[in-house]
Design a protein. Structure first.
Length: 316
């Protein structure tokens, strides 16, 4: 089956700045595909090339088999793009915006159904300027979907939303995908990528450093698994350090700390059991997507769930 979005060796410069060096990925039918990376990694430039808003300096892009520049008119009918804040007139109401955008499409969705799905029905007559940040965000998603697109590109979907609104939006996007829409999602947020995306392309300094499912990315983290226990009887370090899945062993008092690959827990517990040793107070910490991100990019995001300028976001 042909990919819904195919990007091959994309290269884009702004003057002397290389924004996208060499980016390739494929998004399959029905996927929620994330583009994750630190500030300035080239994420927005990449999706703007996919949308036909920027002209690449090299490489090839196909969306639904179309060339975003040459076939722009046709693609506009089939690709939904989330508007950035400030692209709507302040005096326009929610209902007016949806009806206006509806008129641009051959097969538009029903504005009332979209308003209902996005919790905007009560705001139909509210002007854009009077909407809260979360309501503006939901309207931008509604406008991305008003043309009944086959593929939607959402850039910084939940930036500026509070944790509850963020979770509601994730649920909504899963519902959109369940209706058959393929979604390309740019995000700063580890939790968003982990919860929502089937696969993620991690982009760093204009290059793809990994493409995989969030769980497969975390499994690749060296020393990712951290196992802590109190052995019921003393044992020699070598019993565990000679296991291929174990990468390190330290002791703190009578506590043993073992690091290793995704299989380390199995390997450690079975060796201990074979020697009649009980691992008391056993605790296992799995690596997170954030650990994978740090391992892949060397960038240290802070933790939490704020907006782009608060904890949870990836910064330079
Ligand atoms: P962020 O997460 O901060 O939005 P990003 O990963 O989306 O970042 P881009 O916005 O694509 O990254 O920017 C990639 C690089 O290109 C950055 O160094 C940025 O400063 C530069 N850049 C982006 N747009 C322009 C432009 N219009 N003119 C000049 N340089 C630009």
């Amino acid at each position: 089956m042909p990919a819904v979005v195919e990007v091959r060796n994309l290269h884009k410069r702004y003057g002397g700045t290389v924004a996208v060096d060499d980016v390739s990925f494929r998004v399959e039918q029905g996927e929620i595909f994330g583009i994750l990376g630190p500030n300035g990694a080239g994420k927005t430039t990449t999706v703007e090339c996919v949308e036909g808003l920027r002209t690449p300096d090299g490489g090839e892009i196909r969306v639904l088999g179309l060339d975003p520049l040459r076939d722009r008119a046709e693609l506009t009918q089939r690709l939904g793009v989330q508007l950035q804040d400030g692209q709507l007139q302040d005096r326009m109401t929610v209902g007016e915006a949806l009806r206006l955008y509806r008129s641009f499409y051959r097969r538009p969705a029903d504005p009332r159904a979209l308003m209902a799905a996005l919790g905007l029905t009560a705001k139909e007559r509210t002007r854009y300027a009077d909407l809260s940040g979360g309501q503006k965000q939901r309207l931008s998603i509604a406008l991305a979907l008003i043309g009944s697109p086959e593929v939607a590109v959402l850039d910084e979907l939940t930036t500026g939303l509070d944790p509850q609104a963020r979770r509601d939006t994730w649920e909504l996007i899963q519902g959109v995908r369940a209706r058959g829409v393929t979604i390309l999602l740019v995000t700063h947020f580890m939790e968003e990528a982990e919860r929502l995306c089937d696969r993620v392309a991690v982009i760093d300094r204009g290059r793809v450093v990994a493409v995989d499912s969030p769980s497969a990315l975390t499994e690749r983290v060296p020393d990712g698994q951290r196992i802590r226990f109190r052995p019921s009887v003393p044992f020699e370090d070598g019993l565990l350090t000679e296991l291929p899945d174990v990468t390190g062993l330290t002791r703190r008092g009578d506590l043993v700390l073992v690091t290793g690959t995704a299989n380390a827990l199995n390997a450690v517990t079975s060796v201990l059991a074979r020697h009649g040793i009980v691992a008391e107070h056993l605790r296992v910490d799995q690596p997170s997507l954030e650990d994978a991100f740090v391992a892949l990019t060397g960038n240290h995001p802070t933790t939490g769930t704020g907006d782009a300028d608060s904890p949870g976001a990836v910064h330079d």
